[in-house]
Design a binder for this molecule. Sequence first.
Ligand code: ZN
Length: 472
Amino acid sequence: MSHDIVLKNGLVVTPNGVIRGGIAVEGEQIVAVGASSELGQAKREIDVEDKILFPGTFDPHVHFGISDRFGDEAMVEDFLRDTKDCLIGGVTTIATTTLIGKDPMLDLFDQAVECGTNHSWCDFKVTCVVNTLDQVAQIPAVAAKGGVSYKFFTGYSGPQAEAFGMNPDGITPSFFHAACEQLAHCGPPTFAKIHAEDPHVRGILIDRLREMGRADQLTAWAESSPEWAESVQVYTYGMIANQLRVPIYPVHISAAHTVETVKRLHAEGLNIVGETVACFLNTTAPEMDAHGMGGKAKIQPPIRFEKDKERLWRGLQEGTLSVVGTDSLTYSSSFKTDGDFWDCRVGINLQVADTLPLLFHEGVNKGRLDLVTLSKVLSENAAKLYGLYPKKGALAIGSDADIVVLDPEKEAVLGVDRMRSRADYSLWEGRQVKGIPVKTFLRGQLVMEDGEIVAEQPSGRFVEQVVRPRGL
Ligand SMILES: [Zn+2]
């Protein structure tokens, strides 16, 4: 019997460890993983020459259609252009948010799925942003269609909340409690994502710091959001979700203190899946100030300090933090740098092309993270969270053949030259790394080779649920 593709003579990162050997693929699926001599014949055999075979990664934190342009046309364009960067970076599945507003959530969900269909170069899920009680009431209807993740901007109040379509109080504990009741009714794998960051004290500190006119803008920005502002919301909203047996997923954990908070709550038995994002792991506010990044590196919560960065890495290795996302948006540099730093909208540029090379270099090469843990935080754990494991997130028999061939010896310089998206700047411009994806397969199809997209058209799909929400 002859397989479609055999990748042989590699180091295969499986859920249980790294093995020497390869992978056989038929159609869209993996049919064998093991020693190269036992994989059998194939129509196409690729000797990967000791390169690493890594599971296609899953970035659950992307925002299409809401950067310096807003709407479904912008979302279609972001899918069409920015998911090419996903393939370049070995990302084979993303979850992107719906457009943010007060419209019926079912419409926003359908619209996002439609925007991605025939336009996405990688597979995708959709996260619903929940702003109103009418939207809360629609959670079961969206869950029945495969909506698993629901995002709550708990860190927003006042005008910032109103701009999103919330009332000025933002997501209060009582609002969140009502939403968790709906999620509990749906059952697993539905879960709540929160942007944890107390909004009230931040407003006061921002005004005070802004008046000081400091040159080290990003350091001042980091000081505007105390560590406890993040931790206190992880605690409060974590307790509410836990009471209703709903998994909670704090996105973009930035502070050392929050890692300790999650660790304590885990010890109490809470189901908290902590995410951090690539930029918090790879730089600090003083470093971004030294590079003159200004508004380009202004994200909320802020890029913080060395001690936070190193605690986040240790949090990943010890399992307190489970997932690395990116919080990517496609902003143009002019949108982020024209005008006053303090008025500039928050959020950072597209990171999807760079996350795997950066984390491999800073994590594996520098001894902060082992290769199997890297595969868990970039792929397996997000797939489990979404109820898609082992279809996604594993190099295993029966899994989708989403495979990255990573050359651990190849050096590369990061920056916009590598990107095929709309992005015109990168936080990592000029940064040298060793270890880069040289091939990406999406469901058995070679879609990226040596930094170029080799698929002829976008073949990404909305990923249907393997596990259906309970009672639906
Ligand atoms: Zn975000």
